[in-house]
Design a protein around this ligand. Structure first.
Ligand SMILES: *Cc1c(COP(=O)(O)O)cnc(C)c1O
Length: 488
């Protein structure tokens, strides 16, 4: 181990000691975030200490400017790449990543559409006033109530997940004298995660209709084909096309491309066999972002071009005109727009045996320090490290520091030893209680997954644009926490 660089033997191999602990690694941060001359972290000129004074901590600080820019950039990249193939793409922002009425309005104003996955998410969409035609509804277990709501709102598409659901949607729509616009979610047997993907014939998961031939079906049809045949048999269903979603936090285009090829093969076969046209193909979301300096997702334009090339050549080979393509990015739009601001409290340093050394081993008493830096939130505002072993990064935000780097673990205040916010990060040796810490990349699946564990109030979300900040979701109060307690 290279002690002279300050690298700790306890640190994971990928974690480098930053050359400058005060520097912001640009891909992790929203545009408009910088350190001012006094060394304090700012967003569009607002200091983190003024944000704390006004709104408290923990706090989600979201750049509306950056959100709109990313939404536009993503949409432009895909529209450019697919312009000559199908006249562009429809971009559905995956609302489950972070949803509130303000975000729905930004999405709409930037020309995107909205993906939802529950009646509650539909309620947010309705409150924001987005036209139903621009909204999609997902979910593997939609209730009848949710299906009615989708039809009430005249949604542009209901993404049907199973044969069972197809029949329910058809019956409910028929009863109402309605027509449901339907996409069928298929499982192409492609699973992608960050750097690689795997392809399997059979699917063992709750989502979607399998494309593998079913040996128990008399005609050997796949569930996907059964659904196509059933859908076109129902007058109350308008079958728009096919959908897939192959994973999340994906960096390389290969998995998307393979899924697109499989779905196009199937789409072409169905068009011939059933004499139909399926005008739409949705390739889902899952585009990755950087959470730490070693994450290097490809630019949207590169992914879009690679996917477009495959769709173009596959459609040509099949002799079909390309369906209208849609995509569903969530994380790639909102993830990097946000950092979480925490106040540091308790500090503690433990001595840890060298990795690989035997417990109680004789003659090996070399230990290394790991510092635990406790913050005023934790797994209740960011459960991703606990749920998925997700890595994050963090910096001292309220001031700069010239102190030496020290391997640290940022932990929350919950009664749970797994309550980790950032498993491994180098922070200046002199961080102290009362300092503010910022964790970037918390825009997606943090607030959305937040909880009241230990009766902590969920943090608010502040949006920054035009150099000023406003609450778009207020933080919970103690009264909120007690509101539903019936006291009987
Ligand atoms: C979660 C989800 C998305 C968005 O995924 P990201 O990784 O946030 O881009 C898109 N489509 C479907 C069907 C999803 O379940």
């Amino acid at each position: 181990m290279t002690a002279n660089t300050g690298q700790s033997p306890l640190a994971p191999g990928w974690l480098e000691v930053p050359a400058d602990l005060n520097a912001l690694h640009e891909p992790l941060w929203a545009g408009g975030v910088a350190r001012n001359d006094a060394g304090e972290l700012t967003i569009e000129g607002l200091t983190v200490s003024e944000l704390q004074r006004e709104y408290g901590t923990p706090l989600f600080v979201l750049s509306e400017t950056d959100f709109r820019a990313r939404a536009r950039a993503f949409s432009d990249a895909f529209n450019d790449a697919f312009a000559d193939i199908c006249g562009g793409v429809d971009v559905y922002y995956a609302g489950k990543s972070f949803l509130c009425t303000s975000v729905v309005r930004w999405v709409e104003e930037e020309g995107l559409r909205l993906d939802t996955a529950s009646g509650g998410e539909l309620a947010v969409a309705a409150r924001a006033g987005i036209p139903g035609a621009d909204v999609a509804l997902h979910g593997n277990n939609k209730s009848d109530g949710e299906i009615h709501r989708a039809l009430d709102m005249q949604l542009g598409r209901i993404v049907v997940d199973s044969l069972d659901e197809l029949e329910r949607v058809a019956a409910i729509a028929a009863n109402r004298g309605d027509t449901a616009k339907v996409m069928l979610r298929l499982t192409p047997g492609v699973h992608a995660h960050t750097h690689e993907f795997i392809a399997t014939a059979h699917e063992d998961q709750k989502f979607g209709l399998s494309m593998a031939p079913d040996s128990t079906d008399q005609a050997g049809l796949s569930a996907a084909e059964e659904a196509v045949a059933a859908a076109i048999g129902h007058e109350s269903i308008e079958l728009l096309g096919l959908h897939c979603h192959i994973g999340s936090q994906i960096f390389e285009p290969d998995g998307f491309a393979l899924a697109a090829e499989k779905l196009l093969d199937f789409l072409a076969a169905m068009q011939v066999k059933y004499s139909i046209v399926l005008p739409e193909l949705d390739l889902g979301g899952g585009y990755g972002i950087a959470y730490t300096p070693v994450d290097t997702p490809r630019p949207a334009a590169e992914i879009a071009q690679a996917m477009a090339a495959v769709v173009r050549s596959k459609c040509a080979a099949l002799g079909i005109s390309a369906p209208r393509i849609s995509i569903e990015p969530g994380r790639a739009i909102v993830g990097s727009t946000t950092f979480t601001l925490y106040e540091i409290g308790t500090l503690k340093t433990v001595r840890v045996d060298a990795p690989g050394s035997e417990a109680g081993g004789v003659g090996n008493d070399v230990t290394y320090p790991r510092r635990y830096v406790s913050v005023d939130g934790g797994m209740s505002d960011n459960p991703r490290p606990v749920l998925y072993d997700a890595d994050y990064s963090a910096i001292l935000a309220s001031r700069s520091s010239d102190a030496a780097p020290q391997l640290s673990r940022v932990v929350g205040k919950h009664c749970e030893s797994g309550d980790i916010v950032v498993r491994d990060v180098y922070l200046p040796e002199d961080v102290a209680a009362g300092d503010l810490l910022a964790v970037p990349g918390t825009g997606a699946y943090c607030w959305a997954l937040s909880s009241n564990y230990n009766y902590l109030a969920r943090p608010g979300v502040v949006a920054v644009s035009d150099g000023s900040a406003r609450l778009i979701v207020r933080g919970e109060t103690e009264e909120d926490l007690l509101n539903r307690d019936m006291g009987v």
